[in-house]
Ligand binder design. Structure first.
Ligand code: SAM
Ligand code: SF4
Ligand code: SF4
Length: 335
């Protein structure tokens, strides 16, 4: 086990398998910037599955027990189930999950399960067609995503979680509908406070709907009670329905930051390791890997990166708000 300067152990790895996405959610990849002429990473720049699996094995040997595949959209990476299968064979890994927008999930769910994926989180910001079309930036309706979620449920990728980013004036008035939809089907929705990730979404504090407000909106219709987290370092605060059927989570990254329990490392599509979601960059592993570094040499880079870590951006947000700085983009690093 390795710990950082604030005594946080390394436990979770989020692997962004591509910077490409079939959606253009304005809070993540605004269409006006990521239009047809935007140049994403070329094929050779992106880590191969073998390179990703090698990094993952080294990180598991250093204490990682959970891996989440993300992106961009992980399902646009060709044969991503092959990567799932390679990762699922790593000894010491207890949890292998994915976050996806669900658009390509209906045809992939069973393949992913067969390859060894354990759980999936599907992002679905609203059930309202017009709001969803606006929030995915592509005018796509909800049907394919809902079918994808059902296919994942059917395939046993349980428990299904749904991520919903809540933005004031956009979808806060429909959170109860989404909560009810999930409750009826046994899915767990996690409402996420809109964050100032990246540099391009024009985030304003006034657009954030606080977790407390979200809980109050749902509680007024379907009573809730707070329950303990499942494990240390869980980012969502849990609330169970008082009738005993189901639960929701809220991720209060803006109003109640949880940097003290941040045990996550992120691997970018081109092989950089990034500690904080709000970092500008991180050390590169691809260069050393492609010029013949041994596992021991890669391990040294990881140890010194994690060992030197002091970042806790969300806790310092209010103090740093006046000092704009370049941050990694959410679609690049995957959350
Ligand atoms: N494309 C996949 C998806 O959307 O599920 C995986 C990558 S996406 C970057 C991971 C998660 O980050 C999604 O649930 C998305 O809603 C969330 N996200 C993106 N931008 C965000 C923001 N500005 N604030 C809060 N959450 C955000
Ligand atoms: Fe794509 Fe996910 Fe970002 Fe939306 S949130 S643009 S689906 S990467
Ligand atoms: Fe972790 Fe950075 Fe998020 Fe804090 S702001 S919880 S340190 S990723």
């Amino acid at each position: 086990m390795i710990v950082d300067k604030l005594d946080r152990p390394l436990r979770d790895l989020r692997i962004s398998v591509t910077d490409r996405c079939n959606f253009r959610c304005p809070y993540c990849m605004p269409e006006e910037i990521y239009g047809e002429r935007y140049s994403f990473l070329d094929r050779d720049s992106v880590l191969t599955f073998e390179e990703i699996a090698r990094v993952a094995r080294i990180l598991v040997s250093l204490g990682v027990t959970k891996i989440r595949l993300t992106g961009g959209e992980p399902l646009v990476r060709n044969q991503v189930d092959r990567l799932v299968s390679m990762l699922s064979e790593i000894d010491g890994l207890n949890d292998l999950a994915m976050t996806s927008n669900g658009y390509l999930l209906a045809q992939m769910a069973q393949k992913l399960k067969d390859a060894g994926l354990q759980r999936i989180t599907v992002s679905l910001d609203s059930l309202d067609e017009d709001i969803f079309k606006q929030m995915n930036g592509r005018g796509f309706g909800t049907q394919r995503v809902i079918e994808g979620i059902a296919a994942a449920h059917e395939a046993g990728l349980a428990p299904i979680k749904i991520n919903s980013v809540v933005q004031r004036g956009v979808n806060e008035h429909v959170v109860v509908d989404l909560a009810r939809f999930a409750k009826e089907r046994g899915y767990i929705v996690r409402f996420i406070e809109y964050m100032d990730v990246g540099n391009l979404n024009g985030w304003q504090p006034t657009q954030v709907v606080s977790a407390d407000e979200i809980v109050a909106l749902i509680d007024a219709e379907m009573p809730l009670k707070a329950v303990d987290g499942n494990y240390d370092g869980e980012v969502a605060s849990r609330y169970a329905y008082a009738d005993g059927e189901g639960e929701i989570g809220v991720i209060a990254s803006v109003t109640k930051p949880f940097c003290g329990g941040c045990t996550r490392l992120r691997l970018s599509p081109e092989g950089a390791i990034v500690t904080c979601l709000f970092s500008g960059a991180g050390p590169d592993l691809r260069g050393p890997m492609r010029s013949g570094a041994t596992d021991g040499e890669l391990e040294t880079i990881v140890r010194s990166t994690w060992g030197g870590r002091t970042d806790r951006y969300s806790e310092l947000r209010s103090q740093t708000a006046d000092a704009p700085r370049k941050k990694v983009e959410m679609y690049h690093i995957g959350g």
